[in-house]
Design a binder for this molecule. Structure first.
Ligand SMILES: [Zn+2]
Length: 496
């Protein structure tokens, strides 16, 4: 047994031995009883019984699944500081809380605390690359804090710079923001990339044009919440298209309530859609769109959006995306009186979206698969103590429906082991906990107890219980069983 397997030390090659390897290469190659060799920051070899350099450290992958690190293309990492607070929110309640009322109360250190926790959460669950859709950057100090938090955690991140407290044409025109963007664009490397994050309201005057021009001038991709019911719509897509701002590196988040015309424009210009199924199911952006996006041939990546509501792992994203797509496929068929006998979306597809899909969305063809020469971002799913770990028959299905974050045994990012034997390696979780406690305390005292509670527990709408023709008796009312029987008998007599 390998419970005493030593934690690999940095700088030496690592081989994962004897696993079921989902390479996620173009051919969809799956190898059983195979090894993955990591040398420096690269995948050196994949195959059975590999010969390895002297001094290579071994990780036992027998009984487990080895797959590429997962990629999340849209996560508001700063909001992890409020984990779970908005579990019962709609999008409207979210907008009011963050955009109109309390988002402004986040200090730079609060953004940093959320980012650091979110970054650890990501790598711990095998998400080796995360786009930080960072729209709480109300000052450059906030942005610097966000970046240094990301730099302090050994994962890959893309800072998608945004600011919900100002219009995109305002904050992108700020010379201090511009200088920040130029500096971090030039400093960007394989571990930290840069995008611009803003939304397009569909205002016919298209004021967002100036922000797109800044993005073009700086050579930065744009990520935008598109097709969000009540917020962004087809007009925004059309304006972007008519002005030539829809490019292959553009990422459309949600894209859940768009018409076929908008999907055609996205498909024709080569962009991709970041689907956040857990989010779309609760918040109300629109029905999770993969069931129709598939028919337009638009590339898909997965994301989890925000931990203020949902889970931060892509196992949940894969599972809910399969479920939502299949629900819709059955539902649409039933409306026509048909029966779906063969499902169109397979578990392999969602695993691909969670890996290669994310890599393609970010223009990173060095990520997303286990092939020699690719960057060594590797996940081992193996949990010998779990009855869910066997039998391992359909590895894609196992990843999508059986596995969960607690089953992630080892995570390697850029050739460095950042999680081993189910524990983060060299991460100061206690320090992050103190930072988060400080942030929560700050926000709670800023809001006051009443607003704090009201934000967490939104009012329930008036619920009307429909008249029910089968309710002969009120079974909930007081009275004996015999009395109810009598009422029922009387009812039957009256019916006759
Ligand atoms: Zn979002």
């Amino acid at each position: 047994m390998t419970h005493s397997e030593p934690t690999p030390v940095a700088g030496r090659p690592v081989v994962l031995r004897g696993g079921t390897v989902l390479t996620m290469d173009d051919a969809g190659t799956v190898l059983t009883d195979a090894d993955v060799l990591v040398v420096d920051d690269r995948i050196a070899a994949v195959g059975p019984a590999l010969e390895v350099p002297e001094g290579t450290q071994e990780i036992d992958a027998r009984g487990g699944i080895v797959m590429p690190g997962m990629i999340d293309t849209h996560r508001h990492m700063w909001q992890t500081a409020m984990r779970g607070y908005g579990a019962d929110w709609t999008l409207t309640q979210y907008f009011v809380w963050y955009y109109l009322e309390h988002g402004r109360k986040f200090r730079p250190q609060d953004v940093a605390a959320g980012n650091r926790l979110s970054a650890l959460e990501a790598i711990e669950s095998g998400v080796t690359t995360t786009v930080d859709w960072s729209h709480g950057l109300q000052s450059v100090d906030h942005a610097e804090a966000a970046v240094s938090a990301l730099r302090s955690v050994p994962g890959r991140f893309v800072l998608a710079y945004g600011n919900i407290q100002a219009a995109p044409w305002e904050w992108t025109a700020d010379p201090a923001v511009r200088s920040f963007l130029e500096r971090h664009r030039d400093a960007a490397d394989g571990s930290l990339g840069l995008q611009l994050a803003f939304d397009v309201t569909g205002d016919p005057a298209f004021p967002e044009k100036a922000a797109f021009e800044v993005a073009r001038e700086l050579g930065l991709p744009v990520t935008t919440h598109a097709g969000v019911w009540g917020a962004t719509n087809d007009d925004g897509i059309r304006l972007m298209h008519e002005h030539g701002f829809m490019t292959p590196e553009t990422v459309y988040v949600h894209a859940a309530s768009l018409s076929p015309d908008s999907y055609h424009r996205i498909a024709a210009t080569g962009g991709s859609i970041s689907v956040s199924t857990e989010s779309e199911q609760s918040a109300g952006q629109g029905y999770p769109p993969t069931w129709q996006v598939r028919s337009h041939g638009i590339p898909v990546s997965l994301s989890m959006d925000t931990s203020v509501w949902w889970s931060g792992d892509l196992f949940s994203a894969m599972r809910t995306t399969l479920g939502a797509d299949r629900s819709r496929e059955h539902f649409e068929a039933h409306l026509k009186g048909d029966t779906v006998t063969h499902l169109a979306l397979r578990s392999e597809d969602v695993v691909r979206w969670a890996t290669r899909g994310g890599a393609a969305a970010l223009g990173r063809d060095d990520l997303g698969s286990l092939e020699p020469g690719k960057k060594a971002d590797v996940v081992l799913i193996r949990n010998d103590a779990s009855p869910v770990s066997f039998p391992l028959l359909n590895p894609y299905g196992h990843v999508a429906f059986q596995a969960q974050r607690g089953d992630v045994h080892t995570v390697i990012v850029d050739g460095r082991v950042v999680k081993h034997a189910h524990a983060l390696v060299g991460s100061d979780l206690a320090g992050v906990r103190r930072e988060i406690e400080d942030t929560v305390q700050h926000l709670r005292s800023e809001l006051g107890e009443e607003a704090w509670a009201a934000g967490m527990y939104p009012d329930l709408p008036d619920a009307e219980v429909l008249d029910n023709p089968y309710q002969y008796t009120d079974y909930k009312s007081e009275g004996t069983h015999a009395a109810r029987e009598q009422v029922f008998e009387e009812h039957l007599r009256n019916e006759r």
